[in-house]
Design a protein around this ligand. Structure first.
Ligand code: PTT
Ligand code: SF4
Length: 612
């Protein structure tokens, strides 16, 4: 094979065993890489009911056939496992040298199984893997640990690392790299911590075998030039995702005060221009020529890398209108390896619970000093409130009771990311049907929706959600490649099959990737969820937070508006029908067969009755 290395490294920590497994072209073409590989491995190898924080869960780090090649924004990987936050399939995407070095070390994926007796880190080099002692590293922040590992193994190694949040199994602990890249919102860092793995270090030295290396280089150069010639390139380089603060506020979708409102009175103090004033440098993922990591100095004089989601969730959503302070919270979250989205969502929830008297001596809106302490309490699971919030908003609301479940803003247990949906039914459907819980990474239809027909409940919106899920959740997550060149600068999708052809020698068309591979991955992930929840699975799992249906927005241009439950249900029915899923949201036998997943259907039918 070309493009793919054809090898997966398997590390069993309980047995202290490391093995190399080979896979063939059929597997590669059916699942491509990244999320496709991870979903297949987790469905096939995890028994239903596996404890996500137990040794039987598996952590999969997976790349795709283009990952690690010089070329537009190809330095990313997927990290996946059964999620301790949701109980379903979980994954995240990180841009990191670890992606490049894993591929250059000869592997397309790493699967970690079992649990170490004492803290360890996994070191991969020269087509081999080693389990090494993490004595002296455990307890350190992600920044400290990565620096120490680089001192030992060299500054060019790729490192995936957790901090105290992951070690203490905060259910939304993430995995961090390069002091400002993070991935795995649904608790992938907690899974690493449960296995006592502090870090995974990759060092590569070989070239990835390509079908046409010269042709590939020429094409990649043209692709880079195309990106640079795009109209929005200059502004993107200046603000990156931070420009979204103004856009979201102007359009009334900036999450504010625990998703009660869509506009924030201090938005101009945390927007892209405020960021530009504090910016000291720009960083990015490997091989990216539109690097968007905006590094600012926070108000403690330390560097912090900002993105829209971080700032919205730790800014407007918790009532904090001061970018320097938001930057401190963001940097601490990275040091401790806690997902900023779930963190800001959960803290916003705690502030509302305090306001409503459900939490005594809790925390007020915008109280920076108290939030800072609370983040450490969450990471170390100390104090009652810290420990409660470390469980995530779904479990916290179940424990607090009252009507708090109505304003616990999550889907399937994953906290909603930074878009208020009181007035955007299409984006609501996107959150509801995302394959890991409420994440915007798959169908970010909101900009299109606001531009076209904001409040309509239309078939066009269902089509758009599915189209974006195919492109973003299917193609980009399996390739594995950054989607921002396409979504932000209009870099055409047609480049990817061309690059694939040069790299792999295989003719994989866009149609194949979107209508076969992507749909297959969605059905497979859905099967994983349904198998886990068994008889208790129902379409209610795909319902968005109650707040958006029951409490209208009270401020801004959309004052008085909210969603309509009956019409949302109609959208959901339409979505299921178009996907070939039944009214419970379960793929039918015909759908599984059409996607080459007969074996999955057989497995799943042991748990639930499948319809024709
Ligand atoms: C992603 C989610 C996002 S999405 C953001 S900011 W965004 C938050 N970033 C966090 C962070 O930082 N630190 C932290 N402790 N927690 C964080 N949680 C949040 O995680 C990121 C970019 C961004 S910035 C986005 S949109 C795009 N995401 C991509 C994706 O998902 N897939 C893909 N093929 N390409 C993507 N390109 C863009 O990458 P999750 P990164 Mg991230 C510090 O992880 O779990 O997927 O959630 O990867 O390397 O940091 O790049 O406005
Ligand atoms: Fe990474 Fe940003 Fe480049 Fe995407 S555009 S690869 S997120 S630096």
């Amino acid at each position: 094979m070309y493009g793919w290395n054809g090898k997966i490294l398997r590390v069993n920590l309980s047995k202290k065993k490391v093995e190399v497994e080979e896979y063939d072209a059929d597997f590669a073409l059916k699942y491509i890489g990244g999320r496709g590989f991870a979903a297949k491995i987790l469905f096939d190898e995890l028994k239903p009911g596996t404890d996500p924080l137990g040794p039987e869960n598996k952590l999969v780090v997976a790349a795709g056939p283009l990952t690690g090649l010089p070329g537009p924004s190809l330095g990313k990987l997927v990290i996946a496992a059964k999620s301790p936050l949701t109980g379903g399939y979980g994954d995240g995407n990180v841009g990191t040298m670890a992606a490049v070095q894993m591929r250059r070390a000869g592997f397309d994926a790493l699967v970690v199984d079992g649990k170490a007796e004492k803290p360890v880190y996994i070191y991969v080099e020269g087509e081999k893997g080693y389990i090494l002692s993490a004595d002296g590293l455990w307890g350190k922040t992600t920044f400290e640990a990565e620096r120490e590992l680089k001192e030992v193994h060299g500054k060019d190694v790729g490192v995936l690392v957790i901090g105290p949040g992951g070690e203490n199994m905060v259910r939304y602990a993430t995995v961090v790299s390069q002091e400002g890249r993070a991935g795995g919102r649904p608790g992938m860092g907690a899974v690493m911590g449960s296995k006592k793995v502090k870090a995974i270090v990759f060092k590569g030295s070989r070239d990835i075998p390509l079908a046409d290396p010269e042709g590939y280089d020429k094409l990649a150069k043209e692709a880079y030039d195309d990106i640079k010639s795009r109209d929005n390139y200059g502004f993107w380089i200046r603000q990156g995702t931070m420009a979204t603060i103004d856009w979201a506020n102007e359009n009334g979708v900036l999450p504010t005060y625990n998703f009660r409102e869509g506009v924030f009175e201090f938005a101009n103090l945390i927007n892209g221009f405020a960021m530009e004033a504090a910016k000291v440098k720009r960083r990015g993922c490997p091989y990216c020529n539109m690097a968007c990591g905006n590094v600012v100095l926070d108000c403690e004089g330390r560097e912090s890398e900002l993105d829209y989601e971080n700032v919205a969730m730790l800014g407007s959503n918790i009532g904090l209108g001061h970018l320097g302070k938001v930057s401190v919270l963001n940097r601490i979250a990275d040091e401790l390896s806690i997902d900023t989205i779930s963190l800001g969502n959960t803290i916003g929830f705690a502030m509302e619970a305090t306001e409503k008297g459900l939490v005594k001596d809790g925390i007020e809106w915008g109280d920076f000093e108290k939030v800072k302490t609370l983040i450490y309490d969450i990471a170390y699971r100390r104090e009652e409130l810290g420990n409660l919030l470390a469980e995530g908003v779904m479990r916290a609301s179940q424990k607090l009771g009252g009507d708090s479940q109505n304003w616990a803003i999550h889907v399937k247990g994953l906290e909603v990311s930074a878009y208020d949906c009181h007035t955007v039914p299409g984006m609501t459907l996107a959150f509801a049907t995302s394959s890991i819980g409420a994440h915007h990474k798959e169908a970010w239809v909101i900009a299109w929706e606001i531009r076209t027909d904001r409040e309509g409940y239309t078939e066009a919106k269902v089509d758009k959600v599915i189209e974006f899920q195919r492109i973003r959740g299917g193609m980009f997550e399996s390739l594995v490649s950054c989607r921002l060149p396409w979504i932000e600068l209009g870099f055409p999708l047609e480049w990817y099959p061309r690059l694939m052809k040069m790299a792999t020698g295989m003719e994989v068309t866009l149609e194949d990737m979107l209508y076969r591979v992507a749909d297959r991955i969605y059905a497979l992930i859905r099967a994983f969820w349904v198998r886990e929840f068994g008889q208790s699975w129902s379409r209610l799992m795909d319902y968005p937070p109650k707040r958006w249906f029951t409490e209208p927005i009270t401020k801004g241009p959309h004052k008085g508006k909210m969603l309509d439950q009956t019409r949302f249900d109609m959208l959901l029915d339409m979505y299921y029908a178009k996907r070939g899923w039944d009214k419970r949201g379960i793929p039918t036998l015909t759908t599984f067969e059409r996607l080459g997943l007969k074996d999955v259907a057989q497995q799943l039918s042991k748990t639930v009755t499948l319809t024709q």
